[in-house]
Ligand binder design. Sequence first.
Ligand code: B12
Length: 140
Amino acid sequence: MELMPSLLSAALLLLLSPGTLTGVPKMDAVSVPIGVEVRNLLHNSRPLTLSTGTVYRGILLGALKRLMSTNANFAFTYTEDRNYGPSLDSVNGLAGNDYDRTYWELLVETPDGNITRPDVGIGCYIPNANENIILNFTTW
Ligand code: B12
């Protein structure tokens, strides 16, 4: 039977592939380390500084989801805006609201300490290595 060796090697490959029959999930190759800082000067809270990362050219939303799944001190929620995509609604149980005119602002601090306010949200922003992403609870 000529078919047998190729069938056998296919079965072996399947067994050796991560996440198939072994039950081990395939890990993303996270290559862009970033910091995430939760800042809330409105309530005089101490900033919370955490570390996570993205895959090459990955979006911030992916990094925040990764952080939430690996760190019990960080949780966030978002909703999908029909035009602009994901909008960050709450961080660690605190949500902005129209009555108080509060929201979670997205800021980016580069390694040289320069802070900018990106003109896109968490679904579009692509972090660079060693940036500190600041989730800043503030008013508008
Ligand atoms: C007012 C406004 C805000 C207010 C909304 C307050 C409120 N409840 O009204 C505040 C200050 C909260 C805000 C925040 C942000 N905004 Co804004 N915002 C605007 C603005 C000037 C008008 C929106 C509006 O009222 N439209 C009219 C109403 C009737 O339509 P609407 O669909 O109901 O509007 C809602 C959405 O626009 C939503 N919204 C507002 N900004 C953003 C940003 C994102 C990423 C999402 C998903 C939704 C969203 O809030 C509005 C009210 O509910 C627009 C620019 C413009 N001239 O359109 C920018 C604009 C939409 N915002 C923008 C950005 C980038 C942001 C921030 C990410 C800025 C930051 N770095 O923090 C944050 C969002 C952070 C987060 N938590 O996800 C960009 C989006 C571009 C893009 N493709 O992603 C715009 C186009 C301005 C720009 N820079 O060009 N924003």
